[in-house]
Design a protein around this ligand. Structure first.
Ligand code: 13P
Length: 285
């Protein structure tokens, strides 16, 4: 059984200075693909789904599938609720066995965000789960339904937030955005460096699709430990399926979905240098 807490995965990444991908999934094929990629590369993995996506992938169906897949995996896997917005969904994910949740109160005032985060963190702690929260505002939105502007995280607020909430990981906004970037992403590495000096917990970079290997590695050098990737996996699946269509039967389509998603996950794991970090189940190298 290799379902683990996210905190444990990020602890090894911190100790050995690498990044861990948190890959968004929407169906069983994508769950299987992410696990297959992680096992192939001997990489730890964070499997995640965001609350806004649950209208497509029902939590009571995909959640148990994610947990079951993690339990059988040959590498450490944390199962994470991405951008949790409501107490009900956070509780449902924890009941299903998610080992980590993100509460996203970044659209509230700092005071309200701290208040709500503390409440959600207390609930998660009751299940022994890890907690991520966000301050500042990552651009775009997870499902593209709104185009939020980027609000760069203040270093002082990050320090205060860490101190007052005691979360395990903090998502910051340094010019990153969800969805594909319109031009070259321009990341505020200076701000990341400042925050990393003031904040002791692992930092999280949302909006991983479209960031270059060079930028990922610079971010990792300055404290980013968890990197969220969604859009590029969905796009890889659509491209491959379109390229190989028409299919004669359902199962060759199914195999192509897995292949495309696994390729994208592997490509990111290599950029994050999370490969060859585990051997024999959950023993870190
Ligand atoms: P992308 O869709 O840009 O990869 O962002 C994913 C993300 O940050 C999910 O929280």
């Amino acid at each position: 059984m290799t379902l683990v807490k996210m905190k444990e995965i990020l602890g090894d990444a911190e100790k050995n200075q690498y990044g861990v991908g948190a890959f968004s999934v929407a169906n069983m094929e994508m769950v299987m693909a992410a696990i297959k990629a992680a096992e192939k590369l001997c990489s730890p993995l964070i499997l995640q789904i965001a609350e806004v996506r649950l209208k497509h992938s029902l939590l009571h169906i995909i959640g148990p599938a994610m947990v079951a897949a993690a339990e059988k995996a040959e590498v450490p896997v944390a199962v994470h609720l991405d951008h949790g917005l409501t107490e009900n969904t956070i509780r449902e994910a924890l009941e299903i066995g998610f080992t980590s949740i993100m509460y996203d109160g970044s659209h509230h005032s700092l005071k309200e965000n701290i208040f709500n985060t503390k409440k959600m963190a207390a609930i998660a702690r009751g299940y022994g789960a890890s907690v991520e929260a966000e301050i500042g505002q990552v651009g775009g939105s997870e499902d593209g339904s709104v185009d939020l502007e980027i609000l760069i995280t203040s270093t002082e607020e990050a320090r205060r937030f860490e101190h007052e909430t005691g979360v395990d990981a903090l998502a910051i906004a340094i010019g990153n955005a969800h969805g594909m970037y319109k031009g070259e992403p321009s990341l505020r590495i200076d701000r990341l460096q400042e925050i990393n000096k003031e904040v002791d917990i692992p930092l999280v970079l949302h909006g991983g699709s479209g960031i270059s290997q060079e930028d990922f590695r610079t971010c990792i050098r300055h404290g980013i430990r968890k990197i969220n990737v969604a859009t590029s996996t969905f796009n890889s699946v659509v491209s491959k399926v379109n390229e190989r269509a028409p299919f004669q039967d359902y199962f060759s389509y199914h195999e192509n979905v897995i292949e495309a998603a696994a390729e994208n996950v592997k490509r990111h794991m290599l950029m994050f240098q999370s490969n060859s970090r585990v051997k024999g189940g959950i023993t870190y190298v």
